[in-house]
Design a protein around this ligand. Sequence first.
Ligand SMILES: Cc1cc2nc3c(=O)[nH]c(=O)nc-3n(C[C@H](O)[C@H](O)[C@H](O)COP(=O)(O)OP(=O)(O)OC[C@H]3O[C@@H](n4cnc5c(N)ncnc54)[C@H](O)[C@@H]3O)c2cc1C
Length: 462
Amino acid sequence: MPSRERYDVVVVGAGAFGLASAYHLIERRPDLSVLVVDARSGPGEGSMGASAAMVRDVFSSPDNRVLARNSIAFYRHLLATHDDLRAPVPLLDLYGYLWLLPERELREYSGFLRAPESAIETEVLDLAGVRSCSGLEPNPTRWFEGDAASPPDPIAGGLFGRNCGAVAPEMLAAFYAREARRRGVEFAFDTVVQRLSFEGREEILLHEPSKMPFAFQQSMRGRLRISRVAFGDGRSVRADTVIVAGGAWSAKILDPLGYATACSPRRQILFAVSGPVIDQLLAWQPPVQPIDRPGGRTRFPFVILPSGITLKPIFPQRHLWVGFCDTVAHPIGTLEDPGRDGRLDYNMAALGDRDAYVTDVLPALSPYFPGFDTSGVRLENSWGGYYNFSPEGAPVLTEETFGVIFVGGDSGSGVMKADSLGRLVAARYEGRRDTTLFSGETYRLDRLSLAHRSVAEEKLIL
Ligand SMILES: Cc1cc2nc3c(=O)[nH]c(=O)nc-3n(C[C@H](O)[C@H](O)[C@H](O)COP(=O)(O)OP(=O)(O)OC[C@H]3O[C@@H](n4cnc5c(N)ncnc54)[C@H](O)[C@@H]3O)c2cc1C
């Protein structure tokens, strides 16, 4: 229950971007009254909670590299300075990413990722190193049954990203929420933002009954500002500025204002598997040099197959999480519509279509790991969330319009860039043109805007 009737800033969404935004905003401006509203009952329970929560600085787009590299450095700094972020698991565990690639892709990726200006730490794993993973078939002989496609080119080697690994999303979310709260930010959980409204701002004339402004007011600079954030239960608060960080659901409250996000949400699923085949894979110690090597041992890295399948090791439970960036013939949009319903009935488990493991994922996985087609692998669990794709695969941070700022367009890699985006949102609120990211790099805000956008297409969306 918000304690005030009016706030300087209301942040919609306590996900990766909203939490980092609230934290950096209050760090810079302790004088502000800030309210973070989320439909879920705690921080980080939207797509952030469904995510694989991997981090990497290996991107083809220089913007994504900079945003991720600085966020990873900040998470590393938190781990080094906060004892409570070392257990039960470390906040950050950089055990590495391994792309297994056919000859042509290995050359292509090595070209742009190993260029000195990319500043990415990679090493090449030769075929003998790849073959040291027992259970992996680098040269698949069978391929999608019933499909006339020929088998893929054999894996020729691997590209290993060092500044890459896993972040603990619940620890990161709890850190940002706790520290923001300690600095005075208020949180309203179990509260749905249904509508951003101009009602109650005396200088604005409104159409009846739609309560939308007249078109001619558009030219009256500064006049058209949101005044009220209305909740699904009929309550509302007044706000000077609204930061919409509602992830995949953002458009449901921005579309009715004619406020474009240019992003397309699509459902994505993860599958947890276990069993003797998985135990054997998790025992692999690849001949690479990860940043984190507990006891001096290398561990099964985050593996990306040529078919796009990803494997994340979950060492304590002895699971692998199988993922697949799925954009084939699924409708764009979310099932849930907080703007229409005043509710956000997001259900991770219900979105995790178990059948898709057999129909959509195994055919692209088992040719490389035949053991997955046996009783040595059990499907334990599945769940889903959304990627909110931007046109190029880099985040979106709009210029302020109507007193509203949108941050989103994570394109499946928002947890790993959240800290940088939080700093950019705080700078946008302050009307600055650029800001300094954690490691000291200066970043110009309008690179991510829609009006003056200047980002390259991202080739490595996982
Ligand atoms: C299967 C899967 C795997 C992923 N893997 C990775 C990965 O390995 N690494 C990585 O960096 N990213 C990954 N992602 C992406 C990551 O989850 C997102 O980038 C990140 O969560 C985006 O943050 P966000 O704040 O924009 O959205 P969210 O985390 O979804 O947060 C938005 C919040 O807004 C709230 N909200 C929305 N609308 C309203 C409203 N009207 N009223 C009140 N509350 C509202 C929601 O409840 C939610 O808590 C993955 C995502 C999925 C689904």
